[in-house]
Write a protein that binds this ligand. Structure first.
Ligand code: ADP
Ligand code: ADP
Length: 227
């Protein structure tokens, strides 16, 4: 699903990533951890092709990202659902409109939108919030909207960048339960986090980056047993 082969990314004076090789299979749930400045954002930006690698090959769903034409870039990014720490909802659109907007961008019909958006909101447990605006919602509810928006076009991969960073522990666990359910339905998830308790309890694969290199890659014990 995501394959890095000897990828190096340098900034003017800093190393972003140094000779990183990794394989993330379809259906995996992977935590990406490491101290600030380790290279986690660089890893994500390379996947999205927001920045270019200096060396190596990056494949996402069999497509070589390095060779991706600018014409194909929007489609590439649409295949990846992004979730952020700060939600990034559109403040002047309702919950329904925020999720619908992601479908409008890819030219889905109004009929499709009227059918799919309520389903996604229901799956996230926020049907009753459909006509509210983001600033009328709790942080946890806003993140549920963001997840609904991320999954609405059925991406193969979800990248979650510190999705629980602004949430209290109980709400964080609710969000993790939703992400686990999305993963159980077949979507690959890569989640950047500093939340040690979440990483420890979820028993998923944990990839540790430090100073631009992968220094650890632990397949969760539970994941091994359930294979
Ligand atoms: P993380 O997301 O793990 O905090 P980053 O990928 O943001 O790490 O950063 C990895 C390294 O690359 C750090 O040393 C950081 O300072 C450096 N870096 C990131 N972006 C830039 C940039 N635009 N210009 C220069 N250095 C950068
Ligand atoms: P986070 O770890 O939350 O992703 P960072 O503080 O690492 O945030 O980076 C925030 C932004 O600043 C990113 O877009 C990154 O590329 C950029 N950045 C990080 N380090 C540097 C740097 N040394 N010089 C310039 N830009 C940087």
């Amino acid at each position: 699903m995501i394959r890095f082969d000897h990828v190096t990314k340098r900034y003017s004076s800093n190393v972003g990533l140094e000779d990183v090789s990794i394989d993330i299979e379809k259906g995996e749930f992977v935590f990406l951890v490491g101290p600030s400045g380790a290279g986690k954002s660089t890893f994500i930006k390379l996947i999205m092709k927001e920045i270019e690698a200096d060396e190596g090959s990056i494949q996402v769903m069999g497509q070589e990202v390095v060779n991706l034409s600018s014409r194909k870039l929007p489609q590439h990014r649409r295949n990846i659902g992004m979730i952020f720490q700060d939600f990034r909802l559109l403040p002047n659109k309702t919950v329904f409109e925020n999720v619908a907007f992601a479908m409008e961008i890819v030219h889905k019909s109004n009929r499709q939108i009227r059918k799919q958006v309520p389903r996604a909101l229901s799956l996230m447990g926020i049907s009753s919030k459909a006509n509210m605006f983001p600033d009328e919602l709790s942080a946890g509810e806003q993140q549920r909207v963001a997840i609904a928006r991320a999954i609405i076009n059925k991406p193969a991969v979800i990248i979650a960048d510190e999705p629980t960073g602004n949430l209290d522990p109980a709400t964080a666990w609710e969000i993790m339960t939703l992400l686990e359910e999305i993963n159980r339905r077949g979507t690959t998830i890569v989640m950047v986090t500093h939340a040690k308790d979440i990483v420890d309890r979820m028993k998923k694969r944990v990839v540790t980056i430090n100073q631009g290199r992968i220094v650890r890659d632990d397949v969760g014990a539970y994941a091994l047993r359930s294979e």
